[in-house]
Each structure stands twice: as structure tokens, then as C-alpha cells.
Design a binder for this molecule. Structure first.
Ligand SMILES: NC(=O)c1ccc[n+]([C@@H]2O[C@H](COP(=O)([O-])OP(=O)(O)OC[C@H]3O[C@@H](n4cnc5c(N)ncnc54)[C@H](OP(=O)(O)O)[C@@H]3O)[C@@H](O)[C@H]2O)c1
Length: 263
């Protein structure tokens, strides 16, 4: 199987919901032309993906496995055991799991899975062709597949991988933060589209600038801007006084503690 070119590999997906939808969209947008075979449950989403992203729908979960080189598990954690019950994977099959909060060891306890089990959990921005694809452990084929959807980042340990998941949750909080700033601008009188564009392009500009200054410490960029007497410093002081920065560390702590506990 490993000799096949990536474009001729068949990817089977078990669990066709929100994750599968953005992962498939990201792969196709990135030019992946291999076969994608979907599990039949959740017909509405499967049909939509079949029509918009050239996927096939299998008659059963076992058919997904039998007809794929790589199988992707993307059910919710509480459904993993029931999903695996009765399914038979080939010993040489690569299985990718997108299921957050379940260690490799716990995956193996939940059912009979092949040795080649790789955790890979990108967030929804891969649909826009941006973002990282956290992977553990290293696997060249999975990394090459991930490259269609984003930038693969391979971690040295499962502990490191869990830290990347906390960062992934941070990605999810950002939209609420953007929405709140956009709403503030609207409330002050800007048209909604202008408010939205201002926030999103400011944020995009900030990440673009920070990526450009690759050797610079991130907080030092703020320090260089928020100098004595500036409006930026006035606002930053308010944020700090309200724990507006440290609150994010607390949220990361909460997520990480729970991720590790559930593993
Ligand atoms: N959503 C995210 O942004 C995100 C990000 C990173 C990782 N993940 C991970 O991705 C996984 C899926 O999350 P999601 O948000 O995509 O959940 P979701 O939208 O609920 O999708 C899960 C799908 O799996 C289906 N399913 C459940 N049991 C099944 C079975 N035995 N056979 C076939 N299909 C089955 C569900 O069908 P029913 O609806 O009929 O139950 C549902 O369509 C989770 O483990 C999560 O940790 C999600």
C-alpha cells in the first residue's frame, strides 16, 4: 500500500459530521484527487459531501474499511467503542483518529485497531486552506495527506500533542472574541460588513506581521507598539487590569487539565 502514489490512495471516513465536512473540503481544496468513501450514517451530510466534493457513500462501516487504504475515525469520543465493535481492520491499514481527548492507548482499549494508529486533529480553518494539522506519532503517508489541507506539525510525544489540542481550542475561542469586537464597532455606528472586515483584516494583519518577524519574541512586538503615551498602551493597561490576557492562560489550563484527565 505504501508504494501507491498518494493521489491513488482511498480514504475512508467513519463518522461524517462537522469534522469530516471541513477535512474533506480542505483536502479537495488543496487538490487531493484520491477516492473518499464515507460511512452511511448521517445521510444528509454524507449526501452533501458526495455532491460537493466528489465522495462515494458506502453501504456499511465495514465496506468503508475494506475499500480504503487509510481509515479516518471521526465520531465523537463517546461513540468510539460502539463504532469499533464488530469492525475488522487489515493489519497493514493506516488508521487516523481525529477524536480529541482519547490517547492512543485508550483507542486500543476501545476496540481492535491496527498498529498504525495516528492521531491527527486539525481545526476548521483548514477548510480555508490555512492552519496546522497536528499529528502524533510521525507517519509519512499521513503527513503527505495532511499537507493537502494545511501545514502538518508532527509532535515528539502524546503530551506535546495534547498541548496542541489546547491551542486548537484557543482557535475556537477567537471567533467569539472577533464577534464581540465586531459588535462593539457596529454598536458605535459602523456598518456590519465594515466592522467585520476591520476586525478580521486587523487580526490577519497581526498574524501575518508576527509570522514575518519570525525571530522576534511575540510580546516584544506589542511592547514596541504600546509605548508610553500611546492609545495602544492605554487599552492594553485596561486589558491587563481586567485579566483580559491572563484569562486566556486560565482557559488553556482548564482545557489541558481536562484533556489529560480524560486520556
Ligand atoms: N468539531 C470540531 O471542530 C472538531 C475539531 C477537532 C476534532 N474533532 C473531533 O472530531 C470528532 C467528531 O466531531 P464532530 O464535531 O464532527 O461530531 P459530529 O458532527 O457529531 O459528527 C460525528 C458523526 O459520527 C456519526 N456516528 C456516530 N456513531 C457512528 C457509527 N457507529 N458509525 C458511523 N457514524 C457514526 C454521527 O452520527 P449521528 O449524528 O447520527 O450520531 C455524526 O454524523 C470528535 O471526536 C471530535 O473530538 C472535532
Amino acid at each position: 500500500m505504501t508504494d501507491k502514489p498518494l493521489s491513488s490512495l482511498a480514504l475512508g471516513i467513519l463518522g461524517v459530521g462537522y469534522f469530516a465536512s471541513y477535512f474533506v473540503a480542505g483536502l479537495r481544496k488543496g487538490g487531493f484527487e484520491g477516492k473518499i468513501l464515507l460511512s452511511p450514517r448521517n445521510t444528509e451530510t454524507a449526501n452533501k459531501l458526495a455532491q460537493t466534493h466528489n465522495c462515494a457513500i458506502a453501504d456499511s462501516n465495514q465496506e468503508v474499511i475494506d475499500q480504503s487504504d487509510i481509515a479516518l475515525l471521526s465520531v465523537r469520543p463517546e461513540h468510539l467503542q460502539a463504532l469499533l465493535s464488530g469492525l475488522i481492520f487489515r493489519a497493514d491499514q493506516i488508521v487516523i483518529s481525529a477524536i480529541a481527548g482519547i490517547s492512543l492507548e485508550s483507542h486500543h482499549k476501545a476496540g481492535k485497531l491496527p498498529e498504525n494508529l495516528i492521531r491527527m486533529i486539525p481545526v476548521c480553518c483548514i477548510e480555508a486552506g490555512e492552519g496546522v494539522v497536528p499529528i502524533y506519532p510521525a507517519n509519512e503517508i499521513v503527513e503527505n495527506l495532511a499537507r493537502y489541507a494545511g501545514a502538518p506539525v508532527v509532535f515528539n510525544s502524546e503530551d506535546e500533542f495534547d498541548l496542541s489540542l489546547a491551542a486548537s481550542c484557543m482557535n475556537g475561542w477567537l471567533y467569539e472574541f472577533f464577534g464581540s469586537m465586531s459588535q462593539w464597532l457596529e454598536n458605535k455606528g459602523l456598518p456590519p460588513q465594515t466592522a467585520r472586515d476591520l476586525v478580521l483584516h486587523n487580526v490577519r494583519g497581526a498574524t501575518g506581521y508576527a509570522l514575518l518577524k519570525e525571530t522576534e519574541d511575540l510580546t516584544s512586538i506589542t511592547n514596541a507598539i504600546a509605548t508610553e503615551g500611546t492609545y495602544t498602551l492605554k487599552g492594553l493597561d485596561v486589558l491587563k487590569a481586567q485579566q483580559g490576557i491572563t484569562a486566556w492562560d486560565k482557559a488553556l489550563d482548564e482545557v489541558h487539565t481536562n484533556l489529560v484527565k480524560n486520556n
